[in-house]
Design a protein around this ligand. Structure first.
Ligand code: TXA
Ligand code: MG
Length: 381
């Protein structure tokens, strides 16, 4: 039996990828965050293929990637991607200022969906996630193909996001025609997802009684133009809540469980290795009891920051020693750790280790909350 392997394309030769996209096929592309599995966002056949290749459930919405030319909500609305008529002045201004500050870049904005975006893309939601990638190859492709690209991370559903072309080959090599090789991704974790909510648009039913005793029910939308929109962080990433607060002077709300339902992709178990992964918060109290799931197992050690000495010593104290160790950043740099996170998880997952133990993210600044979020989603609870 032969398995068809995807062709790896050099970025200098985008023509086959453009042709494929025009013919409703899907192509893996590099972005600055992770590799994406891209298809024409306006083409139902292409979008269906994305869900099928990933084995992704249809309730998990896709992000629409746009070319650098679409750099205001007015232009996004003219392209049918966003619906500006459902945004008040404040919401338009705040969205444009976020676009101006952070695009192209790893920030996905959740905005009212325009008429050209199919329910298939947004999983039936009235909002669409939009982002303008900073990666030059993604931009070249968006310009050459002349279509917005729906693109989730190019992994099978629930698995670790790919940050190198070879990871995509491992995940989807038998399912897609092309992988554009743009080298390792710069950021390493997926974009920040931010919902922008007017918070003040309310559909109010008004009953109008006419003298001939005919009752008419009218639904009006009351828009208070002076209110500031609400900003809700649905997924942490490189653009942090405080970056957004600096740019907008609006405090960013963290996603509650209700919001997590509104963003169905934020499933607790995500980005998971095949092996069980445990985050050890306090190595000085490492559980060495009979029931500890790592006892007498081959341990893969994932050190988020530093050289992992404390973890090694704690393991030695229980007569154990990791069979493989990955240190994400010896000097504790968040950007370096994020860049290496998914490749590190993948390496340990493919190693002889039976179980993975990870050290917790050292603090809550910069990219560490995003790293902590991905580790938590990968962990066994
Ligand atoms: O960095 C990234 O964002 C990468 C690259 C390829 O651009 N893409 C990515 O896509 O991570 P994906 O599908 O793996 O994650 C997108 C998540 C969804 O799971 C969902 O939580 C949220 O973004 N999302 C997308 N559209 C949404 C919408 N209309 N409303 C709420 N959340 C949405
Ligand atoms: Mg994903």
């Amino acid at each position: 039996m032969t398995t068809q392997r995807a062709r790896i394309l050099e970025p200098t030769n985008l023509t086959p990828a453009v042709e494929a996209l025009r013919n409703s096929a899907v192509v893996a592309i590099p972005t600055e965050t992770v590799y994406g599995l891209a298809g024409n966002a306006f083409d139902a056949t292409a979008v269906t293929k994305i869900f099928a290749a990933k084995e992704r459930p249809s309730f998990d919405p896709l992000i629409v990637h746009v070319a650098p030319e679409l750099d205001t909500v007015e232009k996004l609305s003219a392209a049918g991607i966003v619906d500006i008529s459902r945004m008040n002045r404040e919401m338009i201004d705040i969205s444009n200022s976020l676009i101006n500050t952070f695009w192209p870049g790893p920030l996905t904005l959740i905005l009212p969906k325009g008429p050209k975006v199919m329910d298939l893309v947004t999983s039936g939601l009235d909002q669409v996630g939009v982002r303008m990638p900073a990666h030059p190859i993604a931009q070249d492709l968006l310009r050459a193909a002349q279509m917005p690209l729906a693109a989730p991370s190019a992994n099978r559903f629930g698995r670790i996001s790919p940050t190198k072309a070879e990871h995509v080959l491992e995940e989807l090599g038998d399912r897609i025609p092309y992988i554009i090789d743009g080298g390792p991704c710069d950021v390493g974790v997926e974009s920040t997802v931010l919902a922008i909510d007017s918070g003040i648009q309310s559909n109010t039913s008004v009953s109008v009684s006419v003298s001939v005793s005919v009752s008419v029910s009218v639904s009006v939308t009351i828009t208070d133009t002076n209110e500031k929109p609400r900003l809700i962080l649905l997924r942490p990433g490189k653009i942090t809540a405080s970056d957004i607060e600096h740019a907008t002077s609006i405090s960013v709300e963290r996603a509650s469980s209700t919001h997590e339902k509104a963003s169905p992709g934020m499933l607790a178990s995500h980005y998971a290795p095949r092996k069980n992964l445990y985050i050890i918060e306090d190595w000085s109290r490492l559980n060495a009891s009979e029931s500890a799931p790592w006892l007498n197992k081959k341990i893969g050690l994932l050190v988020t920051s530093g050289d992992g000495q404390i973890a090694q010593q704690a393991l030695a104290a229980i007569q154990s020693k990791p069979s493989s160790t990955v240190c994400l950043s010896a000097h504790g740099l968040d950007s370096e750790a994020a860049q290496k996170l998914f490749a590190g998880m993948r390496e340990l997952d493919n190693s002889e280790a039976d179980v993975i133990l990870a050290t917790a993210a050292p603090n809550a600044s910069g990219l560490w909350p995003a790293i902590a979020d991905r580790l938590k989603r990968a962990s066994t609870r």
